[in-house]
Design a protein around this ligand. Structure first.
Ligand SMILES: C[S@@+](CC[C@H](N)C(=O)[O-])C[C@H]1O[C@@H](n2cnc3c(N)ncnc32)[C@H](O)[C@@H]1O
Ligand SMILES: [Zn+2]
Length: 441
């Protein structure tokens, strides 16, 4: 297969471009759809107040992330970038792509990982390795940023990654096995993520929260509290960035924000609870029944008499650090601003290259997340499911319902998980009232 030259961000790249769909059977994997995913990684690292970061791109593929980080991070942010892949073809392409961008590097073996090369001035040192990702991590002295971007399931790399993640370090995890996380394969989710998923309108949010909790449980074993600072579900994948805090108490606090949720498909109500005890509180025990003490029938019946579905263990806390999203939007606007500036000064070539630096939908996506992050709930209302459940026709306008909810004193926003979803702290009855009042006018 022929190599083709493309541009992504500030990088020139040679990649294998298939005639049909991108698949993992490519000699070296590169998926243009994941550009937004890579943009977000570059932006997050650009926004951190850190110097000399030790960065590990443990499954580098074509090397696109490593090359972009080397070219696009503010000077001095990265001290070392390791671009690793288990495939020799990938490593050859990583080397070619580094050369194409005039980035000096050193190819190293597993025994050279412990000696950290010094950054040259404010430019990072770049190492390339052809190792199994776990070997690379375990032989290293640790990193401030680790990016896990596998084909499918990331679980096999989490333990080594959390064990080598520094205090205040950032861990980024991508999962593309959404059929397990989003519940079309219940048994696979239990086997791979130790959690029950939820089929239906909330499946992607629940899947993302399961992924987050799964990573946190592994961090807990090292007294590392992995708090999500940026997470989302998009296209065929889920992605979460965690900031690592050290300490037993921090881990205990973090774990107290994990638990379970119930969802009633008959009325669309969502509840969350931290433990089975807190779920059982208020339920009437059927004394002498066969299920006494194990499973009370009333636990899964909703006030509307519908039957609730349960999911978890999962993360119930915040999915984003709002300040980080604000910083990312600011940085994005700043870069776009400086592009205009460079144009005025006559540097058209630079302008042409920079103007394509970010995915076109990135700003809009970040603004959607910023609005969504202002409503701290687990779960949202899918308006199709809600209106079907409550025999409401026609479907009200999402924007109108959001405006009315806000006027009524609730928090409400669109959600990135669904174009017909509303995230709000209003209950089912209150949403009904707002929709009814909208229709009466
Ligand atoms: C989804 S691709 C990575 C794509 C790349 N990060 C990007 O943004 O274009 C997954 C990569 O992981 C590599 N890989 C698979 N198993 C690995 C392992 N155990 N250790 C290191 N690399 C591995 C594959 O060769 C492949 O290049
Ligand atoms: Zn119900």
């Amino acid at each position: 297969m022929q190599l083709k030259e493309i541009h992504e961000g500030a990088a020139a790249l040679r990649i294998y471009a298939p005639k049909g769909a991108v698949s993992k059977d490519l000699p070296v994997f590169y998926n243009p759809i994941m550009r937004l995913n890579r943009d977000i990684g570059v932006l997050i690292l650009s926004c951190l107040d850190k110097k000399g970061m030790q960065i590990a791109d443990i499954m580098a593929g074509s090397g696109v992330r490593a090359v972009r980080l080397a070219l696009e991070l503010p000077a001095g942010r990265a001290g070392l970038i390791v671009a690793n892949d288990a495939s020799p073809d990938a490593v050859r392409l990583i080397e070619a792509n580094l050369r194409l961008n005039s980035l000096a590097f050193k190819l190293i073996g597993e025994n050279e990982l412990a000696d950290k090369p010094k950054a040259k001035g404010r430019k990072p040192a770049i190492l390339v390795s052809n190792l199994d990702a776990n070997m690379l991590l375990l032989k290293s002295r640790g990193f401030d940023y680790i990016d896990i971007d596998p084909f499918g399931y990331p679980g096999r790399f989490i333990d080594a990654a959390v064990s080598r993640l520094s205090r205040e370090g950032i861990l980024a995890v991508t999962a593309t096995d959404t059929s397990a996380l989003a519940g079309s394969q219940q048994a696979a989710c239990m086997r791979k993520y130790w959690s029950s998923p939820l089929r239906g309108p909330l499946m992607h949010e629940v899947g993302l929260r399961i992924l987050i909790c799964f990573v946190q449980l592994q961090g807990a074993r090292y007294d590392k509290a992995l708090r999500p600072v940026f997470s989302y579900s998009k296209d065929h994948y889920m992605r979460a960035f965690f900031r690592c805090e050290k300490g037993k108490q921090r881990v205990d606090k973090l774990l107290s924000e994990t638990g379970f949720i119930s969802y009633c498909p008959e009325c669309c109500s969502v509840s969350s609870f931290n433990s089975l005890e807190s779920l059982a509180e208020g339920s009437t025990k059927t004394k002498g029944s066969e299920t006494e003490g194990i499973c009370d029938q009333s636990l899964n019946s909703c006030n509307c008499r519908g039957k609730k579905a349960f999911a978890g263990r999962l993360w119930l806390g915040k999915l984003w650090d709002r300040e980080l999203i604000k910083g990312m939007i600011k940085m994005l606007s700043g870069v776009q601003g400086s592009i205009k500036g460079s144009n005025q000064s006559g540097s058209e070539d630079k302008d042409k290259k920079s103007s394509t630096i970010w995915d076109r939908g990135l700003k809009q996506f970040l603004e959607l997340l910023l609005a969504e992050s202002g409503v701290n709930t687990t779960g949202f209302y899918d308006m199709h499911a809600f209106c079907r459940a409550h025999s409401i026709q026609p479907l009200p306008k999402i924007e109108t319902v959001i405006t009315r909810l806000k006027k009524a004193g609730f928090r409400a926003a669109r959600t990135h998980f669904s174009p017909i979803g509303i995230r709000s702290d209003a209950g089912v009855e209150e949403i009904m009232e707002v929709i009814t009042s909208t229709r009466q006018q």
